[in-house]
Design a protein around this ligand. Structure first.
Ligand SMILES: NC(=O)c1ccc[n+]([C@@H]2O[C@H](COP(=O)([O-])OP(=O)(O)OC[C@H]3O[C@@H](n4cnc5c(N)ncnc54)[C@H](O)[C@@H]3O)[C@@H](O)[C@H]2O)c1
Length: 270
């Protein structure tokens, strides 16, 4: 079976989980190129997973592979998309928030038949949102519940001197559009962005953020209405075994996208 050659941009937690999935799930793919702003991180990943991969610039990485997985930072997303278009390579974008300001590059990718894979991340129900969009949606609301310490340090709370760490009952700390939410709570950006891009866009998608002193996990609830009817989904996320700040489901969704892309690649070239 032909193996898909993968390039990883960003060699941290999610890149590690992709390497583990390729090895343990026998995904027909091979990591052959690595790029990281911190050369030592790329070297460490290469050593830990015994990858037969070159450490390259971003452009060289994309030029050397069949598929590039961005798992770095939102600010690098425009460069990854531009390189993917230049070299006609499909890509996975984990820093989904970085796509929100790039509708022109997304259109250009589509026009050049470059497939941009967007992971579902720490939410479920994107399949229903996409299907419902065929007839349009009237409303989409994301309610995120987090333990107060998971919200501490958010720009919105700091600017307003809101102290959530000592609350004793459930407090809704923010309600607004997804566009406003990603500035106010950047840690929530990928979930809000993935939902907005699949549905009615960042200005029309509503976001509610709740600090819950009894919560032990991060919960994302989606409620949507439209001509199709009504949909509610709830995801209660456990932290990643390798990174307590990240939801395990985010890494699992990255691995699922890579597995699907590799299966498609193998079927095309066999
Ligand atoms: N879609 C989702 O649901 C979801 C969930 C979790 C994380 N993420 C996003 O995925 C990305 C990776 O997450 P992670 O947990 O692996 O982070 P991490 O911090 O463990 O790893 C990121 C790596 O990227 C490297 N890096 C930073 N800037 C870079 C640049 N300009 N070019 C190349 N490399 C660069 C860092 O040195 C680091 O090695 C983040 O942007 C994060 O927000 C998305």
């Amino acid at each position: 079976m032909a193996k898909m050659k993968i390039g990883l941009v960003g060699c941290g937690n999610i890149a590690s989980d992709i390497c583990i999935a390729i090895r343990e799930k026998a995904i027909p793919a091979e990591v052959v190129a690595l790029n990281d702003i911190d050369h030592a991180k790329a070297e460490a990943l290469r050593g830990e997973y015994e990858l037969n991969a070159s450490i390259l610039t971003l452009d060289e990485t994309v030029a050397a592979v069949d598929y590039v997985a961005e798992c770095a930072v939102a600010s690098v997303v425009p460069d990854v998309l531009a390189a993917a278009i230049r070299h006609h390579v499909d890509c996975l974008i984990m820093s989904v928030g970085g796509l929100m300001a790039q509708p022109a590059l997304l259109d250009e990718a589509r026009n050049n038949r470059v497939h941009v894979w967007i992971p579902t991340g720490a939410i479920c129900g994107i399949d229903g949102i996409r299907a419902a969009m065929q007839a349009g949606l009237d409303s989409v609301t994301l309610t995120t519940r987090k333990p107060p310490r998971g919200l501490a340090g958010a720009p919105y709370l700091l600017e307003r001197n809101i102290d959530v760490e000592h609350i004793t009952e459930l407090v809704t700390v923010f309600e607004g559009s997804a566009s406003e939410a990603v500035k106010a709570f950047p840690a929530n950006v990928n979930v809000a962005a993935a939902l907005s891009l699949a549905g009615i866009g960042p200005d029309n998608t509503r976001v509610r953020i709740v600090a819950d002193p009894t919560a032990t996990t991060n919960t994302h609830e989606i409620h949507a209405t439209g001509p199709f009817g009504e949909m509610t989904t709830i995801m209660r996320n456990r932290p990643s075994p390798r990174n307590p700040k990240s939801s395990y489901m985010a890494s699992l969704s990255a691995s699922a996208e890579v597995a699907a892309a590799a299966a498609l690649f193998s079927a095309r070239v066999k």
